[in-house]
Design a protein. Structure first.
Length: 293
């Protein structure tokens, strides 16, 4: 009985130490989540303003002048066979099913493109996504693990610049982005968006009161690459925020489960201890009765 009591006390101490770690990680994730949410909120108005300006500028005549707006022919009609997919995951785990859901979404996107006759170049951002596809034996076109949970506009520009050049040169049929769309800390669904060709938003119902200096074509020439970089940047910051939200939820669940396990082990230990005391008392009473007899 004494040996079992020592084992239970050891398990209780182990679970208590684990709960301290998960509680600390929950607090750290909560702190990082606030900063990540601020970056997401700051990026959205700028992205919406870009969409509005593009909707006011793009016309069918202008769209025909810019390769980033033109959709190429399918491979069956002589179009480029290569297509690119950018997968954004985190560098660390302990975030529940966050990374595995993103990987599943990327696999579905790759399978859909390959079914359409494309050869897919997979670009991995984050250690978890890269590690999975290396494990299953898929070659990666690029592997970025230096961005972390504080992405910048420069990170986005460096990531998408060679893909824009390849698309403009007619080497790529499309560029898709797989990321975690940040709806709330509890909702970060994996999402695939088409980055290239740019799907120009429709113009607003009333004509904008703009005077263009220089002409719209010159403005679009600068605006289109900016729009693409901003799409990648939003994917990076929303995935970073989603990672912290998922980790906070996972660590909170782990902390709660550890607390329940400690209660169960403590009750089990107390019952065994009470049973041992009762048995000792019974033995003493039995011995005393035997002496009196």
């Amino acid at each position: 009985m004494a040996g079992k009591g020592r084992q239970l006390r050891g398990r209780i101490r182990t679970v208590q130490n684990t709960r301290k770690i998960t509680r600390t990680m929950e607090l750290v994730a909560t702190s990082k989540l606030k900063r990540a949410q601020d970056r997401v909120v700051a990026a959205r108005p700028y992205a919406e303003a870009l969409r509005q300006v593009m909707g006011d500028l793009v016309t069918p005549e202008l769209a025909a002048q810019f390769p980033l707006l033109r959709a190429p022919e399918p491979p069956a009609r002589g179009g480029p066979r290569r297509a690119a997919v950018i997968l954004i995951t985190s560098n660390r785990g302990l975030a529940g099913a966050f990374n595995s859901n993103l990987i599943k979404e990327a696999r579905r996107t790759v399978e859909r493109l390959e079914a359409a006759g494309h050869e897919v170049d997979l670009h991995a951002v984050g250690k978890k996504g890269a590690g999975y596809f290396k494990y299953v034996g898929r070659l990666l076109a690029s592997d970025r693990q230096d961005i972390g949970d504080r992405p910048t506009v420069d990170h986005a520009a460096g990531l998408v610049a060679p893909l824009m050049a390849g698309y403009e040169a007619g080497e790529l049929a499309s560029v898709d982005l797989v990321y975690a769309r940040f709806v709330s800390p509890l909702s970060t669904p994996p999402t695939t968006v088409r980055v290239l060709p740019i799907e120009a938003p429709t113009g607003r119902s009333r004509a904008p009161n703009y005077l263009f200096r220089p002409d719209p074509a010159a403005i679009l020439e600068q605006l289109l690459p900016l729009y693409v970089r901003n799409m990648i940047y939003r994917g990076l910051v929303e995935t970073a925020a989603g990672e912290q939200g998922a980790r906070r939820t996972a660590m909170k669940n782990a902390t709660d489960n550890a607390g329940e396990l400690i209660q169960y082990l403590t009750r089990t230990y107390n019952r065994q201890r009470q049973a041992a005391i009762t048995q000792e008392i019974a033995e003493i009473v039995g011995g005393a009765a035997a002496l009196e007899g």
